[in-house]
Ligand binder design. Structure first.
Ligand SMILES: C[S@@+](CC[C@H](N)C(=O)[O-])C[C@H]1O[C@@H](n2cnc3c(N)ncnc32)[C@H](O)[C@@H]1O
Length: 374
């Protein structure tokens, strides 16, 4: 017999579980957290609570699987220095745009100037741009891209271009995350329960996102602790030099066989010419969940955590947010030389998306084990 809701909730850390009313979407995606969609991130309020509980204020935090940069952004807001590593170039671009100390006057001037120059390229689109956008949308995106080198705020503009490209792709409304083939004509939309048509233009997205991005960066600039800084490293966390001592790790590793982190932003890699290192991505969905794939995943995650714990100050915590339904973490922690001090359970509010059912995740609070694996 399954547990009753009361039993389930008695085991949950309620201060880390929020209902939609307590923590509405606009708070979960406040300021720079919404510069670009990203599937598989945790909420900044969870990072905030973990930092407050486990890491001395003013300390230095590491996230070796930094993703869209939630840990780094929240660290700056809460008064910590932070370092993040990610294998996916688009993620590190996004994090650096979120966490950099921008010159707001230059940023505003660039956004305003470029906003007045939106137009159409005469360049014939090829490859991805030709296949995944209506001709008008492709011409508008390529025109925008051609202007980026003229501005100081290049990286911000690259993120704006990627976000508009995502919105302007030839996709159905119900499959924005991983569309397999372009949707060229009208289609029956399960989401809106009517016939819908794919988007034909991009300039309205570019115009809206230029304004929204500048406003979000400005809002974050008012909140962040200006004495603190974030560093973003692009590479494989199994190999990169992590540099220096840390006062804590807050991270959510990829799950095996669930999400392809490069593929979810394919349009950005194609349009921006980013370095694609998907063959180094741990847990990638394309690798599946065979016994061999899981074994490789366990060794890989453990290697990252082992390097992370070796870079920690004595007694500093490793906070791992995970849904370990395959029960892989006992072995991962042992291989990484970590011991579990506390296991917190939280209820995850998944109001958005089409996923049904209750969802829980654990937060493993670990510390360096007395006996290290040889
Ligand atoms: C679950 S996501 C992290 C999400 C993050 N907590 C956030 O809120 O945005 C896991 C991340 O691990 C990254 N990753 C996978 N393999 C990696 C590797 N070998 N080295 C560094 N990062 C890796 C993926 O690119 C992905 O962004």
């Amino acid at each position: 017999m399954g547990s009753t809701q009361a039993q389930l909730y008695s085991e949950i850390d309620k201060s880390l579980s929020w209902s939609e009313r307590e923590l509405p979407e606009r708070e979960r995606t406040k300021h720079v957290h919404r510069l670009h969609p990203y599937l598989g991130k945790f909420v900044p309020q969870l990072v905030e609570a973990l930092l407050t509980r486990y890491v001395p204020r003013g300390g230095r935090v590491l996230d070796p699987f930094a993703g869209s940069g939630t840990t780094l952004v929240q660290a700056l807001e809460s008064g910590y220095d932070a370092v993040g590593v990610d294998i996916a170039a688009f993620n590190t671009l996004l994090i650096s745009v979120k966490t950099r100390a921008h010159d707001l006057a230059v940023l505003d001037a660039d956004m305003h100037d470029l906003g007045a120059r939106l137009g159409c390229s005469t360049e014939a689109p090829t490859g991805f741009a030709r296949d995944w956008f209506a001709p008008q949308a492709a011409a508008e995106l390529l025109h925008f891209r051609s202007l980026i080198p003229e501005y100081s705020s290049k990286d911000v503009l690259r993120v704006v271009l990627a976000r508009a490209a995502r919105s302007a792709r030839l996709t159905t409304h119900f499959d924005l995350d991983f569309p397999r083939t372009p949707q060229v004509g009208a289609y029956w939309c399960h989401k809106h329960r009517r016939t819908c048509r794919p988007v034909q233009t991009a300039n309205r997205f570019l115009s809206r996102y230029l304004i929204d991005t500048a406003a979000r960066i400005r809002r974050f600039a008012e909140l962040r602790d200006t004495r603190r800084a974030a560093v973003v490293l692009h590479g494989d966390a199994r190999e990169l030099e992590l540099g220096g001592r840390y006062d804590g790790i807050v991270t959510s590793p990829p799950y095996p066989g669930l999400i392809d982190y490069h593929e979810q932003h394919r349009y950005a890699y194609e349009l921006l010419g980013l370095d694609d290192r998907r063959e180094r991505e741990l847990g990638a969905a394309v690798r599946g969940t065979s016994k061999a794939a899981i074994a490789e995943y366990v060794v890989g995650i453990a290697a990252v955590l082992a390097r992370g714990q070796a870079a920690l100050r004595r007694g500093a915590p490793v906070c791992i947010v995970v849904n370990d339904r395959r029960d892989l973490y006992p072995e991962i922690l042992e291989r990484a030389g970590l011991q579990l001090d506390e296991r917190l359970e939280r209820h995850v509010n998944r109001r958005t998306g089409r996923r049904a059912g209750e969802y829980f995740e654990s937060i493993l609070i670990c510390r360096r084990a007395h006996h290290q694996p040889s």
